[in-house]
Ligand binder design. Structure first.
Ligand SMILES: Cc1ncc(COP(=O)(O)O)c(C=O)c1O
Length: 369
């Protein structure tokens, strides 16, 4: 297996726990166990009774029943719980693909979606999101990327890092294309339920049929990354069985305390999502003002969903800009080169409560430079 360093994670490893302001996080503001347990009357007592033996490999039935409520047609036996979305990505790629398979992947994107597919032996074609089209994907390009050995399309919407949300018609067309060409559609939906306008929310991919696999997690919209609870939902029994079998070689089963806490979280997911969407919307207003004042230095396409945007630095080199900013002002932005982007973009995180203070610090820094 040949996996290159995960650039974004290596960058975070350098700065995440020693920098005052993280202005590029992908997850929303988190909370303590006490705050989460306070969402239900008897949760503290129940948490103390959690049994610390091995748990069911697919995830506890109670947790899977809660996760099912995200979907229209999915049953608990069609959910497979993992240690974060990351484990699910890893196991899916190694279960679904073999050497010389071809996959088409939404790009730029979360590195493991492409690099784990490559490590599993796939030839990867990027399906490019274009800034000039508001970061939209072009369906004609998808048709041109298709080959005789194409096995899957991998999409991520709402999208990391651009905040792009696919139009409903396009999404339906991607499903139709996948079905007609007998392709799997792996749909990374970890930012689902964070759409700024709830009427734009897309149906989950897994509800379209057994060609599709939906990926979910507690980390992003619900702000509970420390639980390390993610899942796949699919009607595809063959893929499900292969992933379940491979999981015996990674984590076997999930952490019992985390599964209990995730169950509480998913039962209260609407409240968690509303709280975090409130933070994002306040932060969007701050960023709108900021970018309006600095139109000579930055350009941005306003995101439609999720906790990120991918603005562009108009003067200078973005890697140098981010490097000086973190070292001199203690504000972390993520250069687009971590996504193999060469057009001076950087990732901006919108989900953290202290964004207004981080932006004040950024303003001070810019006024001195
Ligand atoms: C699009 C996308 N998929 C998957 C993941 C992995 O999520 P987790 O770290 O919670 O496993 C991330 C994390 O940033 C992500 O942005």
């Amino acid at each position: 297996m040949n996996l290159p360093p995960f650039k974004l994670e290596r960058y975070f490893a350098k700065y995440e726990f020693n920098t005052e302001y993280l202005l590029c996080s992908s997850d929303c503001e988190s909370m303590s166990i006490a705050e989460l347990l306070a969402m239900e009357e008897d949760a503290v007592e129940k948490f103390q009774q959690v049994w610390l033996g091995y748990t069911e490999s697919q995830g506890s039935p109670a947790l899977r029943a809660e996760i099912c409520k995200l979907y229209e047609t999915i049953q608990p036996e069609e959910i497979l719980v993992h240690a974060g979305a990351e484990e699910a990505i890893f196991l899916f790629m190694f279960s679904a693909f073999k050497e010389y398979d071809h996959v088409i992947i939404h790009s730029p994107g979360y590195q493991s979606l492409a690099d784990v597919a490559r490590a599993a032996g796939c030839d990867v074609s990027p399906w490019r999101a274009r800034e000039e089209n508001g970061w939209a994907l072009d369906l004609d390009e998808l048709r041109h990327l298709m080959r005789t050995n194409t096995k899957a399309i991998i999409i991520n919407t709402p999208h990391n890092p651009t905040g792009y949300l696919m139009a409903h018609e396009d999404y339906k067309a991607v499903h139709k294309f996948a079905r007609e060409n007998k392709l799997l559609l792996f749909s990374d939906e970890v930012y689902r339920e964070s759409e700024y306008d709830p009427t734009t929310r897309l149906p989950a991919a897994c509800d379209f049929g057994d060609h599709a696999i939906s990926l979910g997690v507690t980390s992003k919209t619900y702000g509970l990354a420390g639980l390390r609870i993610g899942w796949i939902a699919t009607k595809n029994k063959k893929i499900y069985a292969k992933i379940a079998s491979l999981k015996d070689y990674t984590t076997i089963c999930n952490s019992a305390p985390s599964e209990f806490l995730a169950e509480v979280a998913m039962r209260n997911r609407t409240k968690l999502a509303e709280r975090n969407l409130g933070i994002i919307k306040n932060n969007l207003a701050v960023m709108n003002d900021f970018f309006a004042h600095h139109a000579d230095l930055f350009a941005w396409i306003r995101p439609q969903a999720g906790s990120m945007a991918f603005p562009r630095l108009l003067k200078g080199d973005v890697e140098e800009f981010c490097d000086l900013l973190v070292k001199k002002a203690g504000v972390l932005l993520l250069p687009g080169s971590m996504y193999d982007d060469s057009r001076n973009h950087f990732r901006l995180g919108l989900g953290r409560q202290n964004l207004p203070q981080a932006v004040q610090r950024l303003e001070m820094y810019l006024s001195k430079e």
